[in-house]
Design a protein around this ligand. Structure first.
Ligand SMILES: Cc1cc2nc3c(=O)[nH]c(=O)nc-3n(C[C@H](O)[C@H](O)[C@H](O)COP(=O)(O)OP(=O)(O)OC[C@H]3O[C@@H](n4cnc5c(N)ncnc54)[C@H](O)[C@@H]3O)c2cc1C
Length: 394
């Protein structure tokens, strides 16, 4: 497009997607990445099975994000079906797992990344790895200063997409060191905090002997009046798992939960199933069909003796946490560039022609494919925004 050029900084899923959309519009696009290779966190995400999105209806899908009304609009511009279609075009079939989560079928994440990079190569996207964004000068076109070792060099671009990630797993490159430069440019950035992270609580040796590494399934977990269904996992340091991740926002304000180990049974039904001649622990295991880890947890927390005490602990076991695990260990982070700094096309209001995408924007969602979907949505919108911007300016 008339020799216009765009620069995308950060080669995670959001940046790669933005570059793809821009290059598809015929604009010369270069991606800069500080690590020696692209998509490091994307590859980490794929280690336990890459959960790309979720199959639930869009209305429900949007409610998983911190601002559902905003996300309803964003998701219409690149929906979970669009994302599955994108994978199909790449040659990767997807399937819906039992939990409604969507995964690639029979293709491992390194191969997906390779197919994606080949597509970008065919589109003429230029890759510059091992180059750290340092500074942005000018007022459009922009002079971008990149650092490689002890050397600095300047690149000029008509439009820029920042897709620098959040602040978890810094070893993958998402180190949030860009925050300082954004603040220097006059763009406020909300403090990063851990999301989708485990919570610490001290356990006894005896409990860990039984329960360490064991899942606690089919629970209802409540924090500050909000209840979710899901699983927890006992760890040496405390608890982690999907049910806690869904409650991250509540836990930050009030770090304790109440667990109902038998949400499908009322107190009266638990009592009906009881037999007075059975040892209470045995009864919990056999008559209430609880796992050994769940029974051990109840004993660890509540030390029930009588039947009413057992029933009370099964239906409402309160667990108080000391703190979340460090942000470096979190699956994702909240915080970043606030929405009010961005237009509908994800352009920075105060820096025209400069867009943001992915986890560096201040949003949060639980695990379940919502993070990847959020990165693809915002990458798509920022890429389209760049194309519109350049078309208007040239
Ligand atoms: C263990 C784990 C498992 C996960 N599993 C899933 C999952 O199954 N499903 C899911 O939806 N999500 C999952 N996620 C989350 C998902 O991986 C992230 O939300 C996603 O990678 C964020 O994409 P992004 O493009 O915004 O940022 P990132 O992937 O973090 O990429 C940002 C890039 O910017 C680069 N960068 C940063 N600063 C600079 C700079 N100054 N100069 C140049 N480059 C820079 C970084 O090196 C990095 O490559 C998982 C995350 C983890 C840690």
């Amino acid at each position: 497009m008339n020799g216009a050029s765009a620069v995308v900084i950060g080669a995670g899923p959001a940046g790669l997607r933005a570059a793809e959309v821009i290059a598809q519009r015929g604009i010369h696009t270069t991606i800069f990445e500080q690590k020696a290779s692209p998509g490091r966190k994307f590859l980490v995400a794929g280690r336990g099975g890459l959960n790309i999105t979720h199959s639930e209806p869009l209305e429900d899908f949007a409610t998983r994000y911190d601002l559902p009304a905003r996300w309803r609009g964003l998701l219409r511009r690149f929906s979970p079906d669009d994302l599955r279609g994108w994978f199909k075009e790449l040659g990767v079939e997807t399937f819906v797992g039992t939990s409604g989560r969507v995964f690639p079928r029979n293709v491992r994440t390194p191969m997906i990344l390779e197919l994606w990079l080949e597509r970008l190569d065919r589109l003429g996207v230029d890759f510059q790895v091992g180059r750290r964004f340092h500074q942005m000068l000018g007022s459009g076109p922009y002079d971008l200063v990149f650092q490689r070792g002890t050397k600095y060099h300047l690149v000029t671009a008509d439009a820029v997409v920042f897709a620098l990630g959040g602040a978890s797993w810094p070893q993958t490159g998402s180190d949030a060191l860009w925050v300082e430069e954004f603040r220097r440019l006059g763009v406020p950035v909300s403090e990063f905090v851990a999301a989708n992270v485990g919570w610490e609580r001290r356990w006894s040796e005896a409990f860990l002997d039984v329960a360490d590494g064991k899942p606690l399934k089919n629970l209802q977990v409540t924090c500050s009046g909000r209840s979710v269904k899901g699983e927890l996992m006992v760890t040496e340091y405390g608890l982690e798992g999907g049910a806690l991740y869904q409650l991250t926002r509540e836990l930050r304000k009030f770090p304790q939960i109440e667990v109902d180990f038998k949400p499908g049974l009322s107190r009266a039904q638990l009592e009906e199933r009881w037999r007075a001649d059975v040892d209470p622990r045995e009864g919990a295991l056999r008559l209430w069909r609880m796992s050994a880890a769940a029974v051990a947890l109840i004993q660890e927390i509540a030390q029930p003796k009588t039947l009413p005490q057992w029933i009370a602990a099964v239906k409402r076991c309160r667990i108080v946490f000391e703190r979340p695990r460090p942000i470096e260990e979190a699956i994702s982070s909240a915080g970043g560039v606030p929405w009010d700094q961005l237009t509908d096309d994800l352009m920075l209001r105060s820096v025209p022609g400069v867009f943001c995408a992915g986890e560096m924007i201040d949003w949060e969602a639980p695990t379940g494919g919502y993070l990847m979907q959020g990165c693809f949505v915002t990458g798509t919108i920022a890429g389209e925004g760049v194309a519109k911007w350049i078309a208007k300016a040239h």
